[in-house]
Design a protein around this ligand. Structure first.
Ligand SMILES: Cc1ncc(COP(=O)(O)O)c(C=O)c1O
Length: 379
């Protein structure tokens, strides 16, 4: 059997990883400033993560959600404390799309309504409602087309005023837009969304799948504003590569048996990975590191000739150029052995390192980045 060919692949095969580095099968070492789509939070193959997962696998790897799994409660407790959302409730699932799918369903269950507001350049995943709220017609199958969703420009309060009404069950927005090219909703815009959701009986869903888990220099990117959303979705950095995701739910939204569910969500290995990630984030003060290293990198980048704009918070950084930057990304990867990310905006490069990144590692990137850009400028 062959693989279903849906991914354009780099001809590189990583076989080993440690911290911010990966090695390919030829022994070539790469600096990883992308973490496989912002997944690596505590660094590749963190020794404690390897140890706790190995230990757990030797005890029990899986049972379904028909029995008591107290590790889920331990995870919820730790997550509540570290995120500042102790009074919320947690539903565990397996991927970002699944988290958003459940969040949107929950908003509809809770309000009894079906209209949703999403934003231009959004990405919320590839399952039915997640893809319908994603602003990319290329990945929308005819069966996913729905009149229940309206897209508005991000940070456009007037457009929001005109569109918001009593039929809306949910407004979904990323803490920082990732795939769309690192665009930040302003504090006043988030406040407006929250206030109007309350006024019109809708729920505000913050998709923190890419921007959460300390990446922004706060646990959640929306915590730079004063708002508390009704629902928050998490994935990516939550498991440092182990597939695990979650939905944080305001206590006013009441659970009913059978309302949501999953076979794999919250299994022992997923909980072990997620608990270890939270422990390491706390023990190694990684949110603080993300804030400091992010500021250092963004300040340096802003001074480089050829860079049009640097956007971001903490270690979620978009570098916009005056023209498409595919060649810059290729040069960084193939010549300087540094992984970075693209975005749906062809002119914007994404930098999403592990939260453990050091100044020395960032300097290695800056040195290579300047070398690539000075060659581009000469051309
Ligand atoms: C903001 C955001 N939401 C949702 C998703 C979907 O997550 P997954 O690929 O785990 O389904 C992504 C993935 O890139 C994302 O960046």
């Amino acid at each position: 059997m062959k693989l279903f060919d849906v991914y354009p692949l780099f001809d590189i095969e990583p076989v080993k990883a440690k911290g911010s580095f990966v090695w390919d099968k030829n022994g070539i070492k790469y600096l990883d400033l992308y973490g496989g789509h912002a997944v690596i939070s505590i660094g590749h193959s963190h020794p404690t993560y390897v140890e706790t997962l190995t230990e757990q696998l030797n005890k029990i790897g899986f049972y379904s959600n028909s029995v008591k799994i107290t590790m889920q409660e331990e995870l919820a407790e730790k997550l509540g404390k570290l995120s500042g959302y102790s009074n919320y409730e947690l539903f565990l699932c397996n991927s970002g799309a699944e988290a958003n799918e459940n969040a949107l369903k929950l908003a509809s269950f809770h309000t009894g309504k079906k209209k949703i507001i999403a934003f231009g350049k959004s990405f919320h995943g590839r399952t039915s409602l997640a893809v319908a709220t994603t602003d990319d017609s290329k990945i929308l199958a005819p069966v996913n087309e729905t009149e229940n969703i309206v897209f508005l420009p991000l940070n456009d309060e007037k457009a929001f005023d005109e569109a918001m009404n009593n039929d809306v069950c949910a407004v979904i927005v990323e803490g920082i837009q990732g795939v769309g090219g690192v665009n930040i909703p302003s504090n006043s815009f988030l406040k407006k969304l929250k206030d109007d959701c309350e006024k019109f009986g809708a729920l505000l869903i913050l998709d923190e799948i890419q921007s959460g888990y300390g990446r922004s220099g706060k646990f959640f990117a929306h915590q730079y504003s004063e708002i508390q959303p009704d629902i928050i979705t998490i994935a990516k950095g939550m498991g440092n590569g182990f597939p695990v995701a979650g939905v944080l739910i305001h206590p006013d939204i009441k659970a009913k048996h059978g309302m949501l569910g999953t076979t794999f969500g919250g299994n022992y290995l997923a909980c072990t990975a997620a608990i270890t990630v939270l422990d390491i984030i706390e023990e190694e003060a990684l949110i603080d590191n993300a804030f400091k290293m992010g500021n250092y990198l963004m300040n340096e980048l802003k001074q480089i000739e050829g860079v049009k704009e640097v956007r971001g918070l903490g270690l979620m950084i978009g570098i916009e150029f005056y023209e498409p930057c595919g060649e810059i990304r290729n040069q960084l990867l193939f010549k300087h052995k540094i992984f970075t990310g693209s975005s749906s905006d062809k002119n914007t490069l994404r930098v999403l390192p592990s939260l453990t990144i050091t100044k020395v590692e960032l300097d290695q990137f800056l040195y290579a980045f300047k070398a690539v850009l000075s060659k581009q400028l000469v051309k």
